[in-house]
Design a protein around this ligand. Structure first.
Ligand SMILES: Nc1nc2c(c(=O)[nH]1)N[C@@H](CN(C=O)c1ccc(C(=O)N[C@@H](CCC(=O)O)C(=O)O)cc1)CN2
Ligand SMILES: [Mg+2]
Length: 291
């Protein structure tokens, strides 16, 4: 049987550490860290994630400056809101929950978030810092995968790693973080000719494609480490809803050394890294007053 990469447990451990650190820093700095979460419309999954983020903030002592807007908010209005959070000295982090309704264009809005408050690590300045290997705010999901691998003492240096999926949110920053850690990284995507040929070579396989059960037993090398970043909501024939990853867990688990479950794997780590990023950003801002 494979070992489980338990992101739920690790996220809980991280939250306890963050809570203690925030408590002691807040006493010196005179204010808690602040996070502004911007949510537009009624996407049910996004509502769950935003609620989870706000609850996690409360648990560790981060003040929420959450704003929920109706679907018909305009691009200009949302831009104004971002500018006002950029100016707000009690706010250390700003994030725009994705996806947005179709009439809004996420890319220019992400550009408007001050790079120093961009706790999702999606601003081109922070992406650029990652490319250059400089310190900065890093995308939460790939940062969570790196921390999960570290927790289980899975060496990535020199390993053959395949990342399935090349999104801005996960695949690309994931590949860059692995490259920084000196893995030999390949990225596959929708036009990849023979997916299984590549994935079967992977000592570590990170899957972030957005297709339920894309990766089956015939896609993995025996003894590999498999990290499933996928979150797909399915409804079964009896109308029951459940969440599955991009990996056929039942088929793959018997073959590999480590595997992350869905739910309870990478998902909770995304939220933990958001809190960690907010604390990092806060420390950059209040740090000078503490010296
Ligand atoms: N601005 C952003 N938008 C989105 C991001 C993001 O990182 N920044 N990622 C996803 C959604 N997401 C966070 O926003 C996210 C998804 C899933 C989870 C999670 O904890 N999943 C649980 C299952 C939860 C459930 O019941 O639905 C798990 O896997 O165990 C956290 C965060 C897209 N948008
Ligand atoms: Mg998960």
């Amino acid at each position: 049987m494979a070992n489980l990469l338990d992101g739920k447990a690790l996220a809980q451990k991280i939250r306890i550490q963050l809570q203690q650190e925030i408590q002691s820093l807040q006493a010196q700095a005179g204010r808690p860290p602040g996070l502004g979460v911007l949510m537009v419309g009624e996407n049910p999954a996004s509502s769950v994630y935003v609620r989870n983020k706000e609850r996690a903030c409360e648990q560790v002592g981060i003040a929420s400056f959450g704003k929920h807007f109706p679907t018909n908010i305009t691009q200009a209005e949302l831009t104004e809101v971002i500018h006002s959070l950029n100016q707000n000295s009690e706010v250390d982090g700003i994030l725009l929950q994705l996806p947005l309704p179709p009439h809004l264009n996420a890319i220019p809005l992400l550009y408007e978030i001050s790079p120093d408050k961009d706790v999702d690590g999606l601003h081109p300045v922070n992406m650029g810092r990652l490319v250059r290997g400089e310190a900065g705010l890093r995308s939460c999901t790939p940062a969570g995968v790196m921390q999960l691998l570290r927790e289980y003492e899975i060496e990535v240096t020199g390993k053959d790693v395949v990342v399935v999926g090349a999104s801005i949110l996960v695949g690309k920053p994931m590949a860059l973080m692995l490259l920084e850690a000196e893995s030999t990284v390949s990225i596959t995507h929708i036009k990849t000719k023979d997916l299984a040929k590549l994935t079967c070579e992977a000592e570590i396989l990170v899957v972030a494609a957005g297709y339920p059960k894309l990766i089956t037993a015939s896609h993995v090398k025996p003894g590999a480490v498999v990290v499933d970043v996928g979150i797909n909501r399915l409804t079964d024939y009896e109308g029951r809803k459940r969440i599955v990853g991009d990996v056929d867990f039942e088929g793959v688990e018997p073959l590999v050394d480590y595997i992350s479950p869905v739910p309870g794997g990478v998902g909770p780590m995304t939220v933990a890294m958001l809190l960690q990023n907010t604390l990092w950003s806060y420390k950059q801002r209040v740090g000078k007053n503490l010296e």
